[in-house]
Design a protein around this ligand. Structure first.
Ligand code: RFL
Length: 410
């Protein structure tokens, strides 16, 4: 086919919601809309294989498990191993177990690597007839402040396509086009750089008995399960450090020292990168008929494991709001979408910021200063000994501090 033919665009197609991005946010929105009987089309710029392999988060918190459960999806898309609700905080080699079990009835958190969740959400959506288009390039948004937005993109074959819709769900992460399509000055960004780097390493090595966060004079370290024979590790490092400065031997030596475990079993390292701990909130999370969902609207530093879980929360609120609008002509939930999401976003930012400060300051006194180290150790002591502090911590870990989800689907 000649290039000039490919440039000819097909007649516009019509749907109710165009979802940009097939990560945890986009695939959750797509499944919940499908279950609500609302048409949607998902556009993903990468291949299915690429998206299915992207490894990041590992725990779906209790609130999010109950959200999927309320949609009849928990067993279909989570699978995985129930998380025992125990987290180990190891301070100078001494273990302290804290629980995220808050005493409430119902299913609890699951160990479910992010890529498994995305794979299962994708399979569930497709088996039920969902429309998901991979390798959608050059996505652009038009008329999102009008009644009928348009989304244009180019297929892998180079054809231009146009979709008209009622709503656009911007689920394309921090580097997507949804947020950058909003005119400058419309959204207010609130950004914070923690001044901390983490080396993150994925290895074929035995997982820990419980997710493990360690404080040591040499800096912070962590060890998380990512599968029966897979672990993710984190090591605090200067934010401008380079992964090449961390050959395998240095990684395993540092982990053994900081985790206080000379017998830690090593294994082949399959991925290694360094990133800065940063936090970001965009307010509002809406512009006309474009709704930002997940990382497209906010980034949470990984401490506390909230980023993906927030994306799932936004997705649930958005899908319910669209369902109300489409089936009942009730736009109340759409109008309050941004405000309701941001309440939890700031709550989780605060939790993550609190934990980040506590677990880094409590370690290397040269890094944070002896006074901050003293404060951080006092916070840890309170967490290990005061029942009220432990209870507040477990509520924040479960995500149930505001009660459960937005209510059962109709
Ligand atoms: P994602 O996962 O970035 O997915 C966005 C999707 O949009 C696609 N896309 C586009 N598609 C079409 N057109 C475009 N122009 C597009 N631009 C982008 C992308 O290809 C992709 O498929 O965003 P989403 O869905 O909002 O999900 C957010 C989560 O991925 C993120 O919050 C978590 O991974 C954060 N996070 C963690 N969260 C947790 O809850 N617990 C954790 O333990 C945890 N660990 C982590 C993390 C993030 C990490 N990184 C990224 C630094 C560990 C790490 C290392």
């Amino acid at each position: 086919m000649a290039d000039s033919t490919r440039e000819l665009s097909q007649a516009p197609e019509s749907t109710t919601v165009v979802v940009i991005g097939a990560g945890p946010a986009g695939m959750t929105v797509a499944n919940l809309l499908q279950r609500s009987g609302v048409d949607c089309v998902v556009l993903e710029r990468r291949t299915r294989e690429y998206v299915a392999q992207r490894q990041r988060a590992g725990i779906v918190e209790t609130r999010a498990v109950r959200m999927f459960d309320s949609w009849g999806l928990a067993d279909r898309v989570l699978g995985g191993v129930p998380h025992q609700g125990i987290l180990e905080l190891r301070v100078d080699g001494e273990p302290h177990l804290v629980s995220d079990y808050d005493g409430s009835e119902g299913p609890t958190a699951r160990l479910c690597p992010q890529q498994m969740l995305v794979q299962k959400l994708t399979a569930e959506y497709l088996v039920n007839g969902g429309d998901l288009r991979f390798e959608a390039a050059d996505v652009t948004l038009h008329d999102v402040t009008g009644d009928r937005p348009t989304v244009r993109y180019r297929t892998a074959d180079g054809e231009l396509r146009t979709l008209t819709c009622e709503f656009v769900a911007g689920c394309d992460g921090d580097h997507g086009i949804s947020r950058t399509s909003v005119p400058d000055g419309t959204l207010t960004p609130y950004a914070f750089d923690h001044g901390i780097g983490w080396l993150t390493v994925l290895a074929d090595a035995p997982p820990p008995a419980h997710p493990l966060l360690a404080v040591s004079p040499q800096g912070f370290a962590a060890h998380f399960p990512r599968g029966p024979y897979t672990s993710r590790y984190y090591l605090q490092c200067p934010p401008d450090d380079h992964p090449d400065a961390w050959p395998d031997d240095r990684v395993w030596d540092a982990l053994r020292t900081r985790l206080g475990d000379p017998a830690l079993v090593s294994g082949p390292i399959t991925d290694r990168e360094i990133f800065r701990l940063r936090s970001l909130v965009h307010d509002p999370m809406q512009y006309g008929r474009l709704y930002l969902v997940g990382d497209a609207a906010h980034i949470v530093s990984p401490m506390g494991g909230k980023g993906m879980n927030l994306a799932l929360y936004d997705a649930d609120l958005f899908a319910r709001a669209v369902r109300d609008s489409v089936h009942d002509q009730d736009d109340t939930a759409l109008r309050t979408y941004s405000e309701r999401c941001l309440r939890r976003v700031w709550n989780d930012q605060e939790f993550s910021h609190w934990m980040t400060g506590m677990l880094h300051d409590a370690g290397d006194a040269t890094n944070s200063g002896p006074f901050r180290r003293g404060l951080a150790r006092a916070r840890l002591d309170r967490l290990f000994t005061a029942p009220g502090a432990a209870r507040a911590f477990s509520e924040l870990m479960t995500g149930l501090e505001f009660g459960e989800s937005a209510g059962p689907p109709r």
